[in-house]
Design a protein around this ligand. Structure first.
Ligand SMILES: [Zn+2]
Length: 321
C-alpha cells in the first residue's frame, strides 16, 4: 500500500498566494480506482469526516484498489462558510468539467477533473448536504445520462452503500434544469464513470449520519473489489424523483413534518409567520412523497426551498413508498 499526499495548484489570489487543492491517494494492488470528493459547497463538510474515517480504516489494511480523497475541493468557500466561491460568486457544482482558461471557479473544476481523469478514476462519490438552512436525510442522487448500464452501476453503488432512497435525475429533467448538467457527478457520468452524489446532514458534522454512511461506503468498496471482505447484501434503494417545494411568502418557517415522513398530496409541510406575527402562508405538498430535506433555519423569502420530497416513480427497481 502506498500513500501519496499531493497538492494541486489552481491559481493565485490577489497577494500572489497560491490557491491549492490537497488530495490523498492510497494505492493498493490492482483493484479499481475510487474517488471521494467533498466541500464543493463550502458549508457541506460532513464528507470530510467520512473520508477521514475511510482513510483511517484502509490504513489498517485490506485495500486492494486505489482510493482518492479530495476532502476540501473549494477551500475559499469553506473558509467563508459559503455555498459559492467567494471571489467570483460562482457555484462550483454548476461549472464541471471546468475550463483551464476560465474563471477561478472554472479552474478549480478543471484542476480536479483533470487530476481525477489522469488518475484513471473508475467510480466517484461526491458528498453534499443541506448546508446552513436545511437538513437532508441520507440518500443518493444519480444523473441518468442515457446509458442504462452505467445507471445500473451507479444504482449498484447506492445500493451497496446502504442508501434507502436513490433520486434518479432523468435526461428530460436535466434539459429543464440546465444547471444540473454541470455537476461533478454528472460530468463523470458523461465520461462513463459510475458516480453518485451522497447527500446527507446539515452544516457541521452530524454524527447520527456519519458512522452509518462510513459503514455503508466500506461495504460499497468491498462490492467494487477495492477492499477485501465479505459484502453485505442490502435492499434495493427506492427510486424517486426530487420535488422541490418553495415558499411563496417571506417570514419565519415553522415545519410541521420531520425528515423521512411520508406526506400525502396536499399535506401541510409547515407555515410561514411574518413580522406582524401573522400566518401568511400554509405550505402544502404538491404530491405524495417522502421528505428527504427540510428547512431547519427559520428565515425564508419568496422562492426559497423549504423541503425536497422524494416522489416514487415508475422505472427501475421501484418499490413504492
Ligand atoms: Zn451541495
Amino acid at each position: 500500500m502506498r500513500v501519496e499526499k499531493e497538492t494541486l495548484k489552481v491559481g493565485e489570489i490577489c497577494d500572489g498566494a497560491e490557491l491549492k487543492l490537497k488530495v490523498v491517494k492510497v494505492s493498493g494492488d490492482g483493484g479499481p480506482v475510487v474517488a471521494f470528493t467533498s466541500s464543493i459547497h463550502g458549508i457541506e463538510v460532513n464528507g470530510f469526516e467520512v473520508m477521514r474515517r475511510l482513510y483511517q480504516a484502509v490504513l489498517d489494511g485490506g485495500l486492494t484498489g486505489t482510493l482518492i480523497f479530495a476532502p476540501m475541493v473549494n477551500p475559499l468557500a469553506v473558509a467563508m462558510r459559503s455555498v459559492v466561491t467567494p471571489l467570483d460568486s460562482m457555484n462550483l457544482n454548476r461549472v464541471f468539467p471546468g475550463r483551464a482558461g476560465g474563471t477561478l471557479t472554472e479552474r478549480i473544476a478543471h484542476a480536479l477533473s483533470k487530476y481525477l481523469a489522469d488518475s484513471g478514476v473508475e467510480y466517484l462519490v461526491d458528498f453534499h448536504g443541506g448546508g446552513y438552512c436545511c437538513e437532508s436525510a441520507p440518500h443518493a442522487a444519480i444523473v441518468d445520462v442515457g446509458d442504462e448500464e452505467l445507471l445500473e452501476k451507479a444504482y449498484g453503488m447506492a445500493k451497496a452503500a446502504g442508501f434507502k432512497y436513490a433520486a434518479v435525475l432523468r435526461r428530460a429533467e436535466l434539459e429543464e434544469e440546465l444547471r444540473l448538467k454541470a455537476t461533478l457527478d454528472a460530468s463523470f457520468m458523461r465520461r462513463g464513470v459510475p458516480s453518485i452524489l451522497a447527500d446527507f446532514g446539515s452544516w457541521g458534522y452530524q454524527e447520527r449520519y456519519i458512522e452509518e454512511v462510513v459503514r455503508g461506503l466500506i461495504n460499497m468498496l468491498k462490492s467494487l473489489g477495492a477492499l477485501k471482505g465479505d459484502v453485505e447484501e442490502k435492499p434495493n434503494p427506492i427510486v424517486v424523483e426530487r420535488l422541490w417545494i418553495r415558499a411563496n411568502r417571506g417570514g419565519m418557517f415553522y415545519p410541521e413534518v420531520k425528515l423521512l415522513d411520508e406526506v400525502p398530496e396536499g399535506g401541510v409541510l409547515g407555515r410561514v409567520i411574518d413580522p406582524h406575527f401573522e400566518e401568511v402562508e400554509v405550505v402544502h405538498s404538491l404530491m405524495r412523497g417522502v421528505t428527504l430535506l427540510i428547512r431547519n433555519y427559520p428565515p425564508v423569502f419568496t422562492g426559497e426551498e423549504i423541503a425536497m420530497l422524494g416522489v416514487a416513480r415508475s422505472g427501475i427497481h421501484e418499490q413504492g413508498l
